[in-house]
Design a protein around this ligand. Structure first.
Ligand code: USQ
Length: 394
């Protein structure tokens, strides 16, 4: 089975590449180093240095004997995207070393993933809109022209739904109106420009499904936590990149790092903001199950990819409790919320679909938190307090 991973250098992309490579799939990864370059440009540190994608693939090969093919290229260029389906080396020199052939599955992570990044100013908003929409549209057209049978697994976001005052369904809502019924995409109301691009991605993919009979699974994911996966434990150099700064770090990963350097946990506003969370190992499980039971042709299948819900206050309390047991003096600070979002709200999403196809959740236990604190402790001397909070306002 051939798997093409778009955005293979990212927080989720690289662990996904190792996961499938370890299970006998023929894996090709593509990336333009957007995340690393943005971190350099914005001067936000990562917890530990991470070898380049090419170096990581080499280390992986030396340790496991498995090959991960690497293509460095910008997928907003339609010719780079199309070369991944045609094998034309002119646009992707790395394909010269072996074109795997048309992939059975494409996993699409190649997006600017940060809400704060998209809200810095108009320039970063435009980079986000341009990157995310062009990559998705280029993928839709490449599939239309070269491979309508390829299953796409896209990582969407729970943030597409926002925080409505009704239960959130898995992607779709049946509506009865003036005596007639139909099924529509669940109402979307994103609260950042990044999240808005994900709403637009869904629309582009739904268009591709309706017009060209594509088969797509869209996984509406909540914030992910963790740095170690079952495949990375063989060598520290294989750990995924890990941000704790305000722009690319997500809440729990940030709290863990803050705890080890005695930086009061940065709860925004009242801290009642509730989201669905999942362990990075569960992202891999969900992708695997979605790959094993693909969407039908002409189907946009949507799952809510979360395992449990917590408020920002719940997470801060957990980190404080486990941190204290480990000897850290963890304080919690409610700082003025730089974002425009509801700080107290109803939140009741459905998330049974992935469990029904075989995913077994890893919950946020004290052991999981302690394990993350231990890794952060290892790299304590790298942690830069100046990047933890700058206050990018919405
Ligand atoms: N928050 C704090 N303190 C912090 C950081 C965040 O209270 O130091 C709060 C935020 O205000 C927000 C919540 O925690 O209410 C989650 O924030 P986040 O930065 O962890 O996550 P978010 O910006 O929503 O984005 C992340 C990923 C994105 C993914 C999304 C899923 O960066 O790629 O799509 O989680 S979701 O949140 O369900 O939309």
């Amino acid at each position: 089975m051939k798997i093409l991973i778009l955005g293979g250098d990212g927080y989720l992309g690289w662990p996904t590449a190792m996961f499938f490579s370890n299970r006998g799939y023929d894996v090709t990864v593509v990336d333009n180093y957007f995340r690393r370059n943005a971190c350099t440009e914005l001067d936000v540190g990562m917890l530990y240095p991470v070898p380049t994608l090419v170096e990581r693939a080499k280390i992986w090969h030396e340790l496991t004997g498995n090959e991960i093919k690497v293509v460095i290229g910008d997928l907003t260029d339609p010719e780079v995207m199309r070369s991944l389906f045609t094998g034309i080396v002119e646009y992707s020199w790395a394909l010269d070393r072996g074109f795997a052939g048309i992939p059975e599955t494409v996993i699409h992570y190649a997006e600017q993933p940060s809400a704060p990044y998209s809200m810095i100013n108009y320039k970063y908003a435009n980079i986000t809109i341009k990157n995310n929409l062009l990559v998705t549209n280029n993928l839709m057209f490449a599939l239309r022209d070269f491979s309508r049978d390829t299953h796409v697994i896209h990582i969407g976001t729970m943030g597409e739904y926002g925080t409505p005052n009704i239960d959130i369904e898995e992607g779709w809502l049946e509506i009865e109106h003036k005596g007639r019924k139909d099924k529509f995409l669940f109402p979307r109301q994103a609260s950042s420009l990044y999240h808005t691009t994900k709403v637009m991605d869904t629309d582009l993919m739904w268009f591709g499904v309706r017009m060209w009979g594509l088969g797509i699974t869209d996984l509406m994911q909540g914030p992910v936590y963790g740095m170690e996966t079952k495949d990375s434990v063989i060598d520290k150099q294989l750990r995924t990149l890990f941000n704790y700064d305000e722009i690319f770090g997500t809440i729990l990963n940030r709290f863990i790092v803050q705890a080890v350097v005695d930086y009061p946990l940065t709860v925004y506003g009242k801290g009642g903001q509730t989201r669905g969370y999942l362990n990075i190992n569960d992202t891999l499980q969900c992708i695997h199950m979605a790959e094993k039971t693909p969407a039908q042709k002409g189907e946009l299948r949507i799952f809510n990819q979360i395992m449990e819900t917590f408020s920002a206050n719940d997470l801060a309390d957990k980190v404080q409790r486990v941190g204290k047991k480990m000897g850290y003096d963890v304080k919690i600070n409610h700082i003025e919320n730089p974002r425009k979002e509801a700080e107290e709200h109803y939140y009741n999403p459905t998330y049974q679909g992935l469990i029904e196809i075989g995913v077994e959740p890893n919950y946020l236990t004290d052991e999981v938190l302690a394990g993350m604190l231990q890794v952060a402790e290892e790299y304590k001397s790298n942690i830069r307090k100046d990047v933890i909070f700058k206050g990018i306002k919405w």
